[in-house]
Design a binder for this molecule. Sequence first.
Ligand SMILES: Cc1cc2nc3c(=O)[nH]c(=O)nc-3n(C[C@H](O)[C@H](O)[C@H](O)COP(=O)(O)O)c2cc1C
Length: 272
Amino acid sequence: MKTIGTKIMLLAVMSLWAILPLEAKTLIVYYSFTNNTHDIVTDLQTQIEADVLRVEPAEEGIDYAANGYAIGSALIAAIRENPDDLASYPEISTSIDNLEEYSTVIVATPLWWSSMAAPMQTFLFIYGSQLADKNIGLIVSSASSGISGVEADANRLIPDGNFLKPSLWIRSSQTSNCHSMIFDWLDDIIYDDLQAGVGTVELDRGVSVVCANGTLQVSGEFDALRLYDVAGRLLLDTDESSISTNGLAPGIYVAVVEVDGRTETEKISINN
Ligand SMILES: Cc1cc2nc3c(=O)[nH]c(=O)nc-3n(C[C@H](O)[C@H](O)[C@H](O)COP(=O)(O)O)c2cc1C
């Protein structure tokens, strides 16, 4: 069903060089009160290359666990009551101005009262919109409660994140043995492929686009594949099912596949 003529349109090599797609760079951002999450992140850093940012509350020395977790619980209650208002969130002293450099962000957080710890929520409330279309990994530390509430918070605060499934739940009692759990999780989310740029895009209607070893391979019936860089520039427009990606700089691209007049858009990472 190749209705339009073959028209591979790899733009001039010189102009491709001028294009700077995102590198596959990872940021770990975390909050930790009693350092379980800190210990998890310390281990994670032995397994992947990443920049790390620790979120710090603006007010130091607060004991969130005192009086049966009274302060921490009150902070969560305030957020739940009015989640769209920055004033509901405890102030933090942490900021970042280079989020655009990262294609993957791993959020590591304690669970408080079945929710994401309040200072981490503040960070994501402020920066969540800048995490749109990035790969988001979620690691949660809790004493015993399940993490679905924290996942819901992450989805609310990063509405357009590309969440890597599953999230990783590490109980406090497992912290000292977290190495293999993290190792297995990185395998589950196919972290190496994110970094190596082997991209797979599964689309409705049985079409998939796989990028590996310098080739973009489309399987299934489709009419057109268009590839854009992150700045929205069209690099490729084709109905071929096997396309060389030589000449494209490694990084994140946007693939648009057209089937029967309908289009689907997905991110794909390319590494030649
Ligand atoms: C304010 C507060 C509320 C908490 N609420 C829960 C809870 O509802 N369920 C649970 O299993 N653990 C709860 N915990 C325990 C933490 O999730 C757990 O100790 C976690 O490992 C702490 O991570 P951290 O050491 O990085 O701060 C709570 C801890 C605090 C400080």
